[in-house]
Structures are given as C-alpha cells and as structure tokens.
Design a protein around this ligand. Structure first.
Ligand code: ADP
Ligand code: TRP
Length: 321
C-alpha cells in the first residue's frame, strides 16, 4: 500500500494539525510505503514573503521529523523538488470542470473572508490532485477539512482514466474519526485562520497561558459542569488515558471544582505528552545539515518515482511517448 500526505508550511504546528494529520501519518508508516511532503507550492497561494517561506519549510521539516517521521521508512521531500507536478496538474486541469472547483469549501471560505481569488487559489485542488496521483497513492491521511479535496482528486482521476484510458490509481482519504475536528480555544475548529490554536512546540509559559485561556462558561465552582462539547475534555482525550479522562468527567459532573483546575491538569498532560518530541526537535535543530541531507535523499527518491508516472500521463494524452 502507498500512503501519501502533505502539509503546508504556512504557520506553526498546532494540536489540530498534529492529531488530525501528523500523528495518523506517522502511525501509518508501519503499514505501507510512505511519501510525505512539504507543500511549499501550495503555501504560495497565501504567502508572498520569500524569507518567511524558507524559514517555515525548515520549521515544518523539523516538526515532522520530531513527531516521528522516520526517513528510513518514508520518502520525505519538498513538493517543489519535483516541478513535474505542474505538468501533471496541467493534464488534469483539462478534465476538471470549473464548477467542481467553484464548489470547494476552502475556496469559498477564502472568498467569504475577502481574499481576492487568484487562479492559484482556485486551481489549488488540481495541484493537490497532481500531488497525490503523481505517486500512485492508495491512502491519504488528512484532517476532515481536506475530505472534499480528496473527493475532487478521485473525480479528476476517474475522469482522466475515462477520457485517456486507465492511467491513475484512485486514492482514498484516511480520516481518523476521533480527532477529525479538534476544537480550538474558542470551541470552534482549531485553525490558524481563527487564531484559536495551541502550538505544540510553544515555550512553557505561552503553552500554559493558551491552555488556561480555553473558553468556558460561567458555571459557579460548586455546580456541576456541562460535559457535552467540552473543549477541555476533547483535548484531554487525545493525550490522557481513558481512566484519567473518565475521572475528570466524573468530577465535572459532580461539581465542586473550577474550570481552572481542569485546565491546569490538561496543561500538565499536554506538556508531558509532547516532552519527547520537544527534546527531539531541539536535537534536530542543532544539526541543520542532517535535515538537508534527509530532504535531499527524499527528493531524489520522490523524483525518480514521479518521472515514471509523468511519462505514463504524457503517453496517455499524446504528448511524447
Ligand atoms: P489550519 O486550519 O490551521 O490552516 P491546515 O489547513 O494547514 O491547518 O491543515 C493541515 C493539516 O491539519 C490538514 O490535514 C488538516 O486537515 C489538519 N487539521 C487542521 N486543523 C485541524 C483540526 N482542528 N482538527 C483536525 N485536523 C486538523
Ligand atoms: N491541502 C493540504 C492542507 O492544506 C496540503 C496538501 C497539499 C496535501 N497537497 C496534498 C495533503 C496532498 C494531502 C495530499 O492541509
């Protein structure tokens, strides 16, 4: 089985990214041949600061390696190391109805937020389809918000196969239901665009401050606390054992303790959970050459594979071959 996923270098890694995408991707390394990449071309649709982009690419490479990406098992690379992905995106765009792209939530959300839509933003899902089809991926671990992009990829692949003959494998999204949408500080989906994130590698003081600022209601200390839709519990479930979460839930039901106590406990769990990854990240950050070497090796392997698929696509459409 071939497993592929990408992450944009567009900010600092938060709990939603980690539990929604990175942790499942790291776990899947034992189940197949993995291709994981840093989607720097995609990040250009929302960033135009070149120095910042370079810094973020490095940052997300460190994040992924610190979180358990194993370069001995997984091909780890920058999307831009294989520029042929654009050639494939062009072939795919020929079979992509404009209406399909107009219906994409991520595009519609950006429009609603007042971004003026350039063609890069509009064609984003076509490039994403090319990312996936270029490596013959079977499964794509992503958070729930990427589900529609995976459906678009499947539609495009099927249409291409129908038009030009069997060329692409049809991939499937791998979405982990328990953490499909992790809530942020305000209870909405955790997302950097909502400014409600908890960064997993934040310094202790900042990390604690964020956890303590999780929005709660004004139930008095003595009263039972509502547990449905509790962001504290949703985050606790990711990092604490079932018995510990049950005890927290029972205490909330009973009343007598304030939200501050639960947040303090949650902070301790989270801080402890990410301790080995923090240590690993600091070690890796001190060896910049090592990260360069890992990416260079991954890029050579990714390119080797991708070129065979591009050749297949060229042949199918009648360009060379
Ligand atoms: P953001 O919403 O902060 O901009 P991205 O869109 O860059 O995050 O998401 C990167 C990866 O993390 C995607 O696979 C996405 O589905 C996943 N992800 C992001 N936020 C969450 C969340 N709150 N819950 C679960 N998965 C998430
Ligand atoms: N669109 C994804 C995100 O914002 C990143 C991405 C780009 C991706 N290409 C991909 C994810 C291919 C999986 C497969 O999170």
């Amino acid at each position: 089985m071939r497993i592929l996923s990408g992450i944009q270098p567009s900010g600092t890694l938060h709990l939603g990214n980690y539990f929604g995408m990175m942790q499942p991707a790291v776990e899947l390394q034992r189940q197949g041949e993995c291709y994981y990449f840093i989607a720097d071309y995609h990040a250009l649709t929302t960033s135009s600061e070149s120095a910042l982009l370079r810094e973020r690419v490095r940052g997300v490479a460190l994040d992924f390696l610190a979180c358990g990406l194993d370069p001995a098992r997984t091909v780890f690379f920058r999307q831009s190391a294989v520029p042929e992905v654009h050639e494939l995106a062009w072939y795919l765009s020929i079979v992509t109805p404009v209406g399909l792209l107009e219906r994409c939530h991520s595009y519609k959300d950006k429009l609603a937020k007042g971004f003026s839509p350039n063609n890069g933003l509009f064609a984003y899902p076509v490039l994403m389809a090319a990312d996936i089809l270029l490596y013959d991926a079977d499964r794509v671990p992503v958070g729930k918000d990427q589900k529609q992009h995976l459906e678009v990829t499947r539609d495009i692949a099927a249409k291409f196969n129908e038009t030009f003959g069997e060329t692409f494998r049809i991939p499937e999204a791998a979405i982990r239901e328990e953490t499909a949408v992790l809530p942020g500080l305000d209870g909405q989906k955790m997302s950097k665009s909502y400014h409600n994130t908890i960064e997993i590698f934040a310094p202790e003081k900042e990390f604690r401050k964020k956890v303590m600022s999780i929005k709660t209601d004004s139930t008095p200390v003595a009263e039972p606390k509502p547990i449905a839709d509790s962001a504290i519990l949703a985050l606790a479930r990711c990092v604490a054992g079932a018995a510990e979460v049950d005890a927290m839930m029972a205490s909330m039901r009973q009343g007598g303790r304030g939200y501050g106590d639960y947040k303090q406990q949650l902070f301790e769990w989270l801080w402890h959970y990410f301790a080995p990854m923090r240590a690993r990240r600091a070690e890796l950050a001190a060896q910049p050459r090592l990260v360069d070497e890992i990416l260079a090796a991954g890029e050579a392997a990714a390119r080797r594979y991708a070129l065979t698929v591009v050749a297949r696509a060229r042949k199918a459409v009648g360009i060379r071959g």
